[in-house]
Each structure stands twice: as structure tokens, then as C-alpha cells.
Design a protein around this ligand. Structure first.
Ligand code: IFM
Length: 521
């Protein structure tokens, strides 16, 4: 595939939302300021060895202080929507009880500034940074945390409900359970393996209670949940590999999507309840499966699965990126993740396979006949970026063609798949959010996995647009022109996005460097 921004713009339906996404803990910093309480992640990240090279989230991108500048960069980019999360600990420092007015004020200003910039806000209520008192009381292993999330949703609805276009209750419960409770790679650092199952149910219940609170507050915005989805591919036609890949599919995809979209846990999980005390009530399942306005799907990669114990429970290369030796992370596991022989990978070791975004959407359509409209609420790639100085033009360039190509191919493939005649034509795909606006604190991988459209120098905190930023800017401008009815096939004037956009490389072209580029130390 080789798409220029303009080719791609021509494929985008008029009401399709193009946005960027971040989360509070990954960008805000200011952990001890203005009455914010500690979160479980503050404590986890401070443990020696928990984060690669002991990187600290204390400053992160300093978004808390640089928010107006970041919104201005989004406005210049021309995005339709910004997805960000609320720091629960900033708004309700104890995770229950009193609200912190300064915390509310920060998000008030952010929302107002977004709306004044023509950007529609999508708010995630829970993106992993559980208030510490709740984590200390058992976190998601404790049913009470679900009720606390419902309460937090009511606070957020009362404060911001008038301005939020779209609410995501919980982000990627699968990652929280797998990394946080089963493998100990994320906060709260529990290694409970299969005993982590209650953390699944309590997060989904938290989703249901948050949804109920938002509806009770009559928020005008749409409400949904976000799950990460990775098509599972058996490493061979061997029945054991097929069985293993089916089990991974249950553990990573269906365990989270089935209860929300069908009101039932997958059969294999229900069969397992025969041996365990896990037995969710009909009332819980009804809360979890309330109708949604949209379903959020995070797609990054497919997963190739082989039978037998192997290296690990995360994609090869990722363990190293997280600074961990995961060879013993899932002792006795009957299967493992194995590389795609022919795939390029990101810096995280994630296989780059755009065709599988189509598989993900088609599988969702097949499994869930009542699937609501879908937003890809995250997609993107980490690559080590090279910063070069273009002396002739006296500017800094970050030619991140691989990220730009990743985005173009994934957006194009998703659009093709959901267009009439496509593999997932019944899916009502409403938008795509790029992860991420900024290079940021990538959890256990610290600052070593940059996903941003904006490069962040973590010493000076200066933001510099990468080639992918200019490419997206050109795409957005071209799409707006097309929507405005400008002659689609006529030769267009340079887009309103300015000269930088006009200079942005098409996918597959050179980086736009002129003169003698010097690597910047
Ligand atoms: O950075 C994360 C984000 O917080 C959740 N989804 C995946 C991203 C990349 O790992």
C-alpha cells in the first residue's frame, strides 16, 4: 500500500472522526501539585527496577503546566477530537469522599480550551491510575473499587457532562488484569496468574456502574467502553497450536468483550466456574451488558500463538523493552507468544500487520451481531526517532516515515474493510484516534517507547512536530477541503494547514529533507 494524505482523505467518509489520544498519568506530571492524591502507579513506578532505567513519571510531559500549548498544537494539527483521561486522584484524591476543586478546575480549563479550538472532547474515566487508597484496599480484586468508579463517574458527569462529546468508562481492562494483576508488570504489581480473574469482573462491573451513573445524570454525550483487541493466529495448523490460540483469544479478547456485548462470559470461563467460586450474578451481568452508544476498540497488532511453554506471555522483544526478564513470567503456561516470521516490528517488538485490523473488525462483526458503532480509540506505533537539523532551512526535522506509514496503512485498511463489499462491511466505523499526541511515559517501558506525533525532549520538555504530525495535518486539511465540496479531482491550492503541511512527505516519499541534515545530539 502506498497512500498519500490526499488519496487517503478521499476514502474518509464525511462524518468520520479523526483524533489523537493520551492518558493522564502518561503525560500530566505534577503528581504532588494542587491537592492531587497519590495513585497506585505513583508508588509502583517509584520501586527500583519497576520501570525501565528507573524512569520517573513525576514530570512526564509536564502537560499539567503546558496544557494550553498542547491544545494549541492540536488546533494547528486540525483534529476533530481529543481523547484524554481524567486523573481520578487529582479530582477525588482519596478515591472516595471529598472532591478537589483544583483538580476539577484543570479539566474545566482543558475542556473549555478544546471547545474554543473546535475540538470535541472524548473523556476516559479510568485509564489505569487507581487512587492509592483503593489499591491499598485490594484495587480491582476488591468489588468495592467498582462502586467507587461509579461514584467517580457521577462526579465527572456533574462537573463536565455539558461539554463531553463521548465518554469511555474503562480503558483496556485486559491490560490491567494481565499486566497489573496476573504478571506483575504494571501497578499494583500482583502476580496472581489465573487467580487474577476477579479483577476482570470488577472492572467490567465498574464499567456498568459508571455507565449507569452517566445515564442517570442525563449526559448528552455518547457512552462506551474501550477494549484492546488482538486477532489470535495459531503458529501452525497443529491442533494444539489452534487450541492454544483459541484459549488466548478467550483470555485476551472474549473475556472482556463477550460480557459487555452478550451479557455472558465465554463458555470456557463459565465451565471453569464449576471449579472456582467465581459466579457472577444476573444483576451484575445486566449492569455490565447495558446498551452502549459505541464500542471502543484499540488495535495495535495480531498475536501469534504456539502450544507449549515458551519465552513468554508478551510479544518477543517487549519484555526487553520493559526491562524485564519475563522468561519465568507465566510459569507452567501451556502456550506462548511467538514472532511472525515475516513481519517488520515496532521498537516494542510488536508485529506490524495492518491487514489484521480488518480481521479484528470482521471478527467483532461476526461474534457480536448487535455490535454498536465502533471507534478505533487507539492505534499507533513506537519507533526510535532520529532528530535531524536541516541547516539550509534552519529547522529541526523528525522523519518518522515508519510511524506515518503504520498510521496510513491501518486507517486505510480499516476504511476499506468497513466500506461496502469489505470484510467487515456491517461494522459502523465512526473514527480513529492516533496513539499518541505526544511521546510519553509508556508505563513500565518508561520514555523508551515513543508513540507521539510530537517529539518531546524529556530534558527541555520542548515539543517538536514529527513528519507524521505534518502528514496527519495534511490529511485533515485535505479531508476538510473535500467535505467543503472543493472540486475533488481538480488541482488544489496548498491546503489551509500551512506550508509545513504542504512540505510533508507522502507515504513512501523521502522525508522532505533539504540541505545537509545533521543528527542532533
Ligand atoms: O500507552 C498505552 C496506552 O496507555 C493503552 N494502550 C496501549 C498504549 C501503548 O502501549
Amino acid at each position: 500500500m502506498n497512500f498519500s494524505a490526499k488519496d487517503l482523505a478521499a476514502m474518509i467518509p464525511p462524518s468520520f472522526t479523526l483524533g489523537v489520544a493520551t492518558s493522564a498519568f502518561q503525560i500530566e506530571g505534577a503528581l504532588d501539585e494542587d491537592g492531587r492524591g497519590p495513585s497506585g502507579w505513583d508508588v509502583f513506578a517509584a520501586k527500583p527496577g519497576a520501570i525501565v532505567d528507573d524512569h520517573s513519571p513525576v514530570v512526564a510531559c509536564d502537560h499539567y503546566h503546558r496544557m494550553p500549548q498542547d491544545v494549541a498544537l492540536m488546533k494547528e494539527l486540525g483534529i476533530d477530537s481529543y481523547r484524554f483521561s481524567l486523573s481520578w486522584s487529582r479530582i477525588q484524591p482519596g478515591g472516595s469522599g471529598p472532591v478537589n476543586p483544583a483538580g476539577l478546575d484543570f479539566y474545566d480549563r482543558l475542556l473549555d480550551q478544546l471547545l474554543a479550538s473546535g475540538i470535541s472532547p472524548t473523556v476516559t474515566l479510568y485509564h489505569w491510575d487507581t487512587p492509592l487508597p483503593l489499591d491499598e484496599a485490594g484495587g480491582w480484586m476488591n468489588r468495592d473499587t467498582a462502586y467507587r468508579l461509579g461514584e467517580f463517574a457521577a462526579i465527572a458527569a456533574a462537573a463536565f457532562g455539558d461539554r463531553v462529546a463521548r465518554w469511555v468508562t474503562v480503558n483496556e481492562p485486559a491490560t490491567v488484569t494481565t499486566n497489573g494483576y496476573a504478571l506483575g508488570l504494571h501497578a499494583p504489581g500482583e502476580s496472581l496468574l489465573l487467580k487474577a480473574l476477579p479483577s476482570v469482573h470488577h472492572q467490567l462491573l465498574g464499567h456498568g456502574l459508571a455507565l449507569q451513573a452517566l445515564r442517570a445524570a442525563n449526559v448528552p454525550g455518547e457512552v462506551g467502553i474501550t477494549n484492546v483487541y488482538s486477532p489470535m493466529i495459531p503458529a501452525s495448523s497443529n491442533p494444539l497450536d489452534k487450541l492454544s490460540s483459541g484459549l488466548m483469544d478467550v483470555a485476551q479478547n472474549r473475556l472482556y468483550a463477550d460480557p459487555v456485548l452478550t451479557g455472558k462470559y465465554p463458555d470456557v470461563i463459565r465451565a471453569a466456574t464449576f471449579f472456582t467460586s467465581f459466579s457472577p450474578s444476573a444483576a451484575d451481568m445486566a449492569l455490565i451488558s447495558q446498551p452502549l452508544d459505541f464500542y471502543g476498540l484499540n488495535y495495535y497488532m495480531p498475536t501469534r500463538v504456539a502450544a507449549g511453554p515458551g519465552e513468554g506471555a508478551v510479544p518477543p522483544g517487549m519484555a526487553e523493552a520493559m526491562g524485564d526478564d519475563l522468561s519465568g513470567s507465566a510459569p507452567g503456561a501451556p502456550f506462548h507468544i511467538t514472532p511472525f516470521p515475516d513481519a517488520e516490528t515496532t521498537a516494542y517488538g510488536w508485529p506490524i500487520k495492518p491487514e489484521y485490523i480488518s480481521v479484528a473488525l470482521a471478527e467483532m462483526a461476526e461474534r457480536y451481531p448487535n455490535l454498536p458503532p465502533v471507534f478505533i480509540t487507539e492505534g499507533g506505533a513506537s519507533f526510535e526517532d532520529v532528530v535531524v537539523r536541516d541547516r539550509a532551512a534552519d529547522r529541526i526535522l523528525i522523519p518518522d516515515e515508519r510511524r506515518l506509514r503504520y498510521l496510513a496503512e491501518h486507517i486505510a485498511t480499516a476504511l476499506e474493510a468497513t466500506a461496502p463489499g469489505g470484510a467487515a462491511e456491517s461494522v459502523d466505523l465512526r473514527g480513529y484516534y492516533v496513539w499518541s499526541l505526544l511521546d510519553n511515559f509508556e508505563w513500565s517501558a518508561g520514555y523508551k517507547q515513543p508513540f507521539g506525533l510530537l517529539h518531546v525532549d524529556f530534558e527541555t520538555l520542548e515539543r517538536t512536530p514529527k513528519a507524521s504530525y505534518y502528514w496527519l495535518q495534511e490529511l485533515l486539511a485535505a479531508r476538510k477541503e473535500a467535505d467543503a465540496g472543493a472540486a475533488a479531482s481538480a488541482i488544489r491550492e496548498p491546503s489551509g494547514a500551512g506550508q509545513a503541511a504542504a512540505e510533508a512527505p507522502a507515504v513512501g516519499e523521502a522525508s522532505g529533507l533539504t540541505g545537509e541534515p545533521d543528527p542532533v545530539p
